[in-house]
Design a protein around this ligand. Structure first.
Ligand SMILES: Nc1ncnc2c1ncn2[C@@H]1O[C@H](COP(=O)(O)OP(=O)(O)OP(=O)(O)O)[C@@H](O)[C@H]1O
Ligand SMILES: [Mg+2]
Length: 409
């Protein structure tokens, strides 16, 4: 034998004897909003015994497949899984192994182009300029990446690209290229910072050049950033939209399958009127609104660390209620946010302990969990099966079938 403690030497047998009880205990746990039962819905995907590193002892491994690594309440869920296993088996070593299987929230079949490999395109938009779209988009993307999601950020603001500055990409840095099926049209390779794949018109042309472009040219350049980039497999592509409701917005809305829009607002009345207009535009092109986030909601003072309500905060929450869309949270005004943006490192990465960073992480969890819930409730949107040949037979590598007991080995 390997010398693991006698107490746990018979872990295989203990688990084999009690696996039905363990599964029942796991199935009875309260679920996150994306499953009815953890085992039946294959959130708990497998249960096994393996050796810890070095083979010194054994442990029970619970394989958990989440609908997103950014699931709201993830930590509590994983703790309750560990406790439930110990509740049946006693005080044995338990390791919860977590992976994710993100699904598209919106079917890829409504006439618009899905982008191969990208599960969910999320637009960050507003009716008005300067409310913090780029700040929200870059921190949302960085927060999702930090939580373990596969994320890209597309900066679609042709007149005023922000991603190069916000991610510290020095002037003149150009993305690489890679061959594609069409030898005359190589693909662009996105840059990468803080786990986020990045593409911006700012990497390709200078703002002066783009300033003289007419509407259709701009829209076509924005579309190239979607289609001619080797994004690879992404759970989420976050799109930093230009302000307002112009050509780019319309073209993207018409040509790309979009999972939803996060509308950014500040608390003032004038910005809220713009939110309502922005939502109306996306409604017209049947793009779901994931909700409204209030940016610069209140002020966190550098010196005293206190919260100061400088505007009548809460306006965006009321607007969301009026429009019957979720309210996604409040982001404080914090000097660190500006510094992070200017110094090329989003505040989520630079000062993860700050209140604004925590607010952005909470926003990331809200957005990802809402998309996961829509995908779960809407089986039509499941990933298209990906067929591959293995051992002479066709195998579906797409979504695994739901319902059924996990494999116990
Ligand atoms: N929560 C915040 N706290 C402090 N400063 C912020 C916050 N959000 C945004 N800012 C600052 O406000 C300014 C405008 O933000 P940002 O560029 O993100 O807005 P935008 O909506 O993308 O603007 P545009 O419409 O021009 O694209 C920036 O200087 C940014 O650093
Ligand atoms: Mg911007």
């Amino acid at each position: 034998m390997f010398g693991f403690g006698k107490k746990h030497a018979d872990l295989d047998k203990t688990l084999a004897d009690k696996q039905e009880q363990v599964l029942a205990a796991l199935n009875a746990l309260p679920c996150p909003p994306i499953a009815d039962h953890l085992v039946d819905d294959r959130v708990v995907d497998a249960l096994r015994v393996d050796e810890t590193e070095g083979g010194k002892s054994k442990r029970v491994v619970v394989e958990v497949v989440l609908p997103t690594m950014a699931l709201k309440g993830k930590a509590a869920l994983l703790t309750s899984i560990e406790r439930a296993v110990k509740g049946v088996l006693g005080d044995v070593p338990v390791h919860v192994e977590v992976s994710s299987d993100v699904q598209p929230a919106v079917p890829m079949t409504n006439g618009k182009g899905g982008i191969p490999g990208i599960k969910n395109v999320v637009l960050v938009a507003s009716g008005k300029g300067g409310v913090g779209k780029s700040t929200v988009a870059s921190n949302l993307a960085t927060a999702l990446a930090g939580l373990g999601c596969k994320v890209g950020l597309l900066d679609a603001d042709i007149y005023g690209p922000s991603a190069p500055t916000m991610f510290g990409i020095s002037d003149g840095t150009r993305p690489g290229t890679a061959p594609s099926a069409d030898p005359n049209k190589p693909m662009l390779v996105p840059l990468e910072r803080f786990g986020v794949k990045l593409m911006s018109i700012g990497f390709l042309v200078d703002t002066q050049t783009a300033m003289v472009w007419r509407g259709p040219m701009i829209a076509s350049a924005a579309m190239q950033l979607f289609k001619d980039v080797m994004w690879g497999e992404l759970d989420y592509l976050i799109v930093d939209m230009p302000p307002g409701t112009g050509d780019v917005q319309l073209t993207i809305s018409q040509q790309v399958v979009v999972a939803g829009t996060v509308v950014v607002s500040t608390p003032q009345d004038v910005a809220l009127a713009d939110v309502i207009r922005a939502k109306a535009m996306f409604d017209k092109v049947s793009i779901p609104c994931l909700g409204v986030v209030e940016n610069m909601s209140y002020f966190i003072c550098d010196g005293c660390d206190k919260r100061h309500e400088i505007f009548l905060h809460g306006g965006a929450r009321h607007a969301a209620e009026r429009m019957l869309v979720p309210f996604l949270g409040e982001i404080p005004i914090e000097p660190g946010v500006v510094k992070g943006g200017d110094m090329g490192e989003p505040v989520v990465h630079k000062h993860p302990e700050s209140q604004s960073a925590k607010a952005f992480v909470a926003l990331a969890e809200e957005v990802a969990t809402a998309l996961a819930k829509t995908a779960f409730d809407n089986p039509e949107a499941l990933a298209q099966p990906t067929l591959s040949i293995s051992g002479g037979s066709l195998q579906d590598q797409g979504k695994k079938p739901k319902k059924g007991l996990p494999v116990v080995s």
